[in-house]
Every structure is written in structure tokens, then in C-alpha cells.
Design a protein around this ligand. Structure first.
Ligand code: RAT
Ligand code: ZN
Length: 418
């Protein structure tokens, strides 16, 4: 009987093996804010974009007395200078978002230790968007990118309406926040676009919203629909959000066979002066998600939660409902402290039936660090999981480990979405 604890050399060997496998496994990134290159300037990249990422802006404001308004009046490169100075020069850049910039530059072969922002800028000035895209995808080993696409976004809508040649690596996801959380302003837009809705959730409104969803799903070839919701989201409820979800969106998803992604727990504009950096988090009442999963077994729900406090309850919920698929460690939980705990908890409670991570990248280059840092965590957690199996007398083969890594990094998601 082979039940002894694996020896240290055996554990080291296992770790190296898992490391090689996870490093080589291509990622299907299930949620980002990146755009198909046809959107030109909407696909952000380069050092200044990296430095003015809203995760860093929030941290930068903690180290300066500059009034918020003055910061927003500055040019992008002046904002980037300020952030560089306050977060990288005056203090060691140990936060996850700061370290991310360094990992990215380091993996691209730049000498970050020189602390020379000008030379970094000169390096980026020599890159072309086309070649740089290939380089980043190759370095990050990302093969498919899900975008976040909103018909309510005035910058992206015109190109969708005009049509363009798609890059097949960039997959669309239809984002519906304004429709569900900014009614009746969204109703006014729909009317303007020729959908005859009224402010109440009437039969006609429901039909017209479904027509709107159909038009945009087809136009984008969207893989799933998605919304982010505040902690007090309730279902069922006498709210436009709950009623539109029940009467228009979920029936549409059922008819079209599309999953609905729910991102729960964001408190928007906690500090509006920080603009995009001003959103916060709250603990969600997951009773709403439970009600959705049990009332609509024919619907498939993708879910992620922002609050650390909700993670365990979410895992247990996923054990009860196979129409619920968990994905990623979202935003404020995308720090090693949390990703390690969340990934381990999911693995121990759900086995491999979840999608380990999404990058949420807003700047192309961030794919490099977000996946580099997460792979390190996944290697650690998987190694421990396999060590436990070995201790129980079950030695996983190389092929089995490769299969598992593929599953966690996109395979399970593709399977769930159908
Ligand atoms: O992570 C982020 O960049 C946030 O600003 C949000 O975009 C969040 O991920 C979302 O999709 O709402
Ligand atoms: Zn996002």
C-alpha cells in the first residue's frame, strides 16, 4: 500500500512538472476589457496606459495631496509621471497592481531595475500595434480573449453598426449594465434607436428589449450576456432590474441557448471624484443567485463575486446547481492573497468544475502580468492538490495533469457555454 507522504525530492519534481504544464497551457481569457484590433485606439497598450490603469490611480491618490480635478486635467503622460513618482520612485512598488507593471516590463525584456521611465517610453515608441499584439499574446500565452461589449458605449457602437473584419481571437460578450441598472435612461436610448419601449416593464417593452438583445447578439456574435450588479441586488423583486431579467433577458438566453454572466457585489462611485477608480465593494445577498439558479434550471449562469466574504457561500451554491459556473477572481480579489485562497477553496469544494481566472485586462500588456502572477498561484495550488492524491496512492499522469490545466484555463468555460 502506497500511502506515505511524498518525499521532498518527489514534491520538487511534481512542482517542476506542474510548473511546466501550467506555463505551457494556452489560456482562453473569459473576461477582459480589451478590444478587437479593428477598434484601433480603443485597444489600449503601452507604458502610459499601464501607469494610468485605474487600479494604480486609486493607489496613487493615497500618496499625493493633488486635488482630483487637477489630476484629471493633466495629459495622460503627466498623469503617468505622477503615478510613477508617487508609487514607484518614492515608495517600493509592492502592491499587486504596481508589481504588475514591473512584471510586464520584465517579461518584455526591459531593465526595470534602472527605474528609467524615459527609456521605457522610448522602447514602446518603437513598437507597432500589430507586432506588439502578437508579442503580448505569445508572451502571455493567451489564445482567446473575451471582450466586454456595450451597445450603450458611444465609442464602440459606431464600429459595430458599420461592421468590420473580425479577429477571431477576440470574442464578444454583450454587456447590459445600463439596461438593468440605469433604467429609465436606458429606455430613452432604446427609443432613440427605434425600439418602442416605455418606462414600465410592459408586454411591449419586454418584446422590444428582446428584439434589441437579438439584434446586438447577432451583430456582435456574442458568446454570452453579462451584467455587474450592486450588493443589494435582489431576485425576485419589484424592481425594473429583476423584472427585465425575468421577463426579457432570461427568456432570450433560453431561446438562444446563451449563458448569462452575473458579476455581483460592486458598489459604483463610492468616491466619484476618482472616476473609474472610485468604485467599491459590498457583500452580496446570494439568496438572489440561489433563486435564479433554482427558478430557471434551463438557464445557464456564469458568476463571480467581488467580496471575499461571499466566496465560500458561492462555492457551496455551485455544488447545488449545475447550471451555475464560477469564473475568475474578480478585481479586488485578484491579489495573490485572495487568488490562492479562492482557487484552493474552489478546487477542494468543486474539483475542477470552474474557470480558475479571467484577467479583466484593460490594457493589452496587462495580459502578461495578470496571467504570469496567476499561473504562479495555480501551480502552487495544483501541486498541493496532486501531492494530496499521491499521498492517497493515486499518481496523476502527465496527460491527466495537462487535461486538468486546460480545463481550468478555459476548457470548462467553453464546455459550459456549449
Ligand atoms: O476590473 C475592472 O477593471 C473594473 O473596473 C470593472 O471593469 C469590472 O471588472 C467590471 O467588469 O465591471
Ligand atoms: Zn471587468
Amino acid at each position: 500500500m502506497n500511502t506515505t507522504h511524498p518525499s521532498q525530492p518527489k514534491l520538487d519534481h511534481l512542482h517542476r512538472r506542474v510548473e511546466r504544464i501550467v506555463a505551457a497551457t494556452p489560456v482562453c481569457d473569459v473576461h477582459t476589457h480589451l478590444y478587437d484590433p479593428a477598434f484601433k485606439r480603443l485597444l489600449l497598450w503601452g507604458i502610459d496606459e499601464l501607469l494610468v490603469y485605474h487600479y494604480l490611480v486609486a493607489e496613487g491618490f493615497r500618496n499625493t495631496d493633488l486635488p482630483c480635478d487637477r489630476f484629471w486635467e493633466l495629459s495622460k503622460s503627466a498623469q503617468a509621471d505622477l503615478i510613477w513618482d508617487s508609487l514607484f520612485v518614492k515608495h517600493s512598488p509592492v502592491s499587486e497592481a504596481c508589481r504588475g507593471v514591473l512584471t510586464t516590463l520584465n517579461r518584455l525584456g526591459l531593465d526595470v531595475w534602472k527605474r528609467d521611465l524615459d527609456s521605457v517610453r522610448r522602447w514602446f515608441a518603437k513598437q507597432t500595434p500589430e507586432a506588439y499584439l502578437e508579442r503580448v499574446l505569445e508572451t502571455a500565452r493567451v489564445v482567446k480573449i473575451h471582450m466586454t461589449n456595450s451597445p450603450f458605449d458611444d465609442l464602440e457602437r459606431p464600429l459595430w453598426e458599420k461592421g468590420f473584419r473580425r479577429d477571431e481571437r477576440f470574442v464578444a460578450a454583450l454587456r447590459l449594465d445600463p439596461l438593468l441598472v440605469e433604467w429609465p435612461a436606458a429606455a430613452a436610448k432604446l427609443v432613440q434607436w427605434g425600439y418602442k419601449v416605455n418606462e414600465s416593464v410592459s408586454r411591449r417593452t419586454v418584446d422590444q428589449v428582446k428584439r434589441f438583445l437579438g439584434d446586438w447578439t447577432r451583430r456582435m456574435n456574442a458568446r454570452y450576456l453579462m451584467v455587474s450588479l450592486p450588493p443589494d441586488f435582489a431576485f425576485p423583486a419589484k424592481s425594473v432590474c429583476a423584472e427585465l431579467l425575468e421577463q426579457a433577458i432570461l427568456p432570450f438566453c433560453r431561446e438562444e441557448g446563451l449563458p448569462m454572466a452575473l458579476m455581483l457585489g460592486v458598489r459604483r462611485a463610492v468616491n466619484p471624484a476618482l472616476r473609474m477608480a472610485g468604485d467599491g465593494v459590498g457583500v452580496s445577498d446570494l439568496q438572489a443567485l440561489r433563486n435564479l439558479c433554482s427558478s430557471f434550471p434551463e438557464n445557464r449562469f456564469l458568476a463571480t463575486v467581488l467580496s471575499l466574504e461571499n466566496q465560500h457561500e458561492l462555492c457551496v451554491l455551485a455544488r447545488k446547481f449545475r447550471n451555475l459556473h464560477l469564473f475568475g477572481c474578480w478585481w479586488f480579489t485578484n491579489v495573490p492573497y485572495a487568488t490562492e485562497a479562492i482557487t484552493r477553496m474552489r478546487l477542494e469544494l468543486l474539483g475542477l468544475s470552474f474557470t480558475a481566472q479571467h484577467s479583466d485586462a484593460r490594457v493589452l500588456d496587462q495580459l502578461i502580468y495578470k496571467w504570469d502572477h496567476y499561473r504562479t498561484i495555480l501551480i502552487q495550488v495544483l501541486t498541493e492538490g496532486y501531492a494530496g492524491l499521491i499521498e492517497s496512492g493515486w499518481e496523476p499522469s502527465m496527460q491527466e495533469m495537462q487535461r486538468d490545466a486546460q480545463w481550468l484555463l478555459g476548457g470548462a468555460f467553453e464546455h459550459f457555454c456549449g
